[in-house]
Design a protein around this ligand. Structure first.
Ligand code: FPP
Length: 235
C-alpha cells in the first residue's frame, strides 16, 4: 500500500513547505551556495507541478525569511535574481490555472521585482486551480504586527475583533489555515513561519535536503498526515 493516497476530503487543505538545505546540498558537491539555491528553484517549480498533479488546493513555500535578508549581500542578490527570473515565466502558471500570491514585507525588493509580483498576482487572480503562495521577506511575528497596525490604522473601533476577523488582516487573508507543514533539511524548528495560521498544523520534518525532495517525498508526507489522529484539543 506504499503508494496509497487519501481521498480528496482527507488531503491537507493547505500545506506549508520550509525549503531548507540548499547550502548543504551545494557544499556536498563543492559548489557555491547560490548554485544550491538555483537547484532549489528547479525543485520548487517541479513541486508546484506535483501539487497540481495531486490535486492539492493550497500550498505556501517559505522562500526567503526576514532573517535570510541578513545573509551576505552576494547570496541575497542571487536569491532575488532567482525570484525575478521566475516572475518572467508567469504565463506558465496561467496555463496551469495556478493562482499566485506573495506574502511578506515586499518593499524590501527592488521596484521592478515588486511590480512583477504585483502583475503576477493580478494576472492569476481569477485562476481556480492550485493557490500557490510564496513567502518572501516573510516573518510570522512581523506579519502579526503588520496586521495589528493595519487594523489600528483603518478599522479600529469599527471591527468586532475575533480570530476570524483578525485573520483578514494577515497576508494570508482568504486562505485556509495551514494544516500540514513540511520542513526539509533535518532541522526541527518552525523558524517564524505562519505562526498564526499553523496553530493546529501537523508537522513533518524530513532529513531529505530540499534539492533532493521529490514527488514521492511529498506523497509520503501526505500519507503520514492522513494517518495522524487530529483531535484539535478534544478527546
Ligand atoms: C534555506 O536553505 C533556503 C533558503 C534560504 C532559500 C530557499 C529558496 C529556494 C529554494 C529558491 C526558491 C525559488 C523560487 C523561484 C521561488 P539554506 O540556504 O539555509 O541551506 P543550509 O541550511 O543547508 O545552509
Amino acid at each position: 500500500m506504499d503508494n496509497f493516497l487519501p481521498e480528496a476530503d482527507a488531503l491537507p487543505k493547505h500545506i506549508g513547505i520550509i525549503m531548507d538545505g540548499n547550502g548543504r546540498w551545494a557544499k556536498k558537491r563543492g559548489l557555491p551556495r547560490k548554485l544550491g539555491h538555483r537547484e532549489g528553484a528547479k525543485v520548487f517549480k517541479k513541486c508546484v507541478d506535483d501539487c497540481i498533479d495531486l490535486q492539492l488546493q493550497c500550498v505556501t513555500f517559505y522562500a526567503f525569511s526576514t532573517e535570510n535578508a541578513k545573509r551576505p549581500q552576494d547570496e541575497v542578490s542571487a536569491l532575488i535574481k532567482l525570484f525575478d527570473e521566475y516572475l518572467d515565466d508567469i504565463r506558465k502558471m496561467n496555463d496551469k490555472n495556478v493562482r499566485l500570491r506573495f506574502l511578506g514585507e515586499l518593499s524590501f525588493f527592488p521596484e521592478k521585482t515588486r511590480m512583477k509580483m504585483f502583475d503576477a498576482e493580478n494576472a492569476t487572480k481569477n485562476n481556480t486551480g492550485l493557490q500557490c503562495s510564496l513567502a518572501l521577506n516573510y516573518g510570522g511575528r512581523s506579519e502579526i504586527i503588520h496586521a495589528v497596525q493595519n487594523l489600528m490604522a483603518n478599522d479600529c473601533g469599527s471591527v468586532q475583533l475575533t480570530e476570524e476577523t483578525f485573520g483578514k488582516y494577515l497576508y494570508t487573508s482568504g486562505l485556509p489555515d495551514v494544516d500540514l507543514i513540511i520542513r526539509t533539511g533535518g532541522e526541527k524548528r518552525i523558524s517564524n513561519f505562519l505562526l498564526w495560521q499553523a496553530a493546529y498544523a501537523e508537522y513533518i520534518f524530513t532529513d531529505v535536503l530540499w534539492c533532493d525532495f521529490g514527488k514521492s517525498d511529498l506523497e509520503a508526507a501526505i500519507r503520514e498526515f492522513s494517518e495522524r489522529n487530529r483531535r484539535f484539543g478534544k478527546i
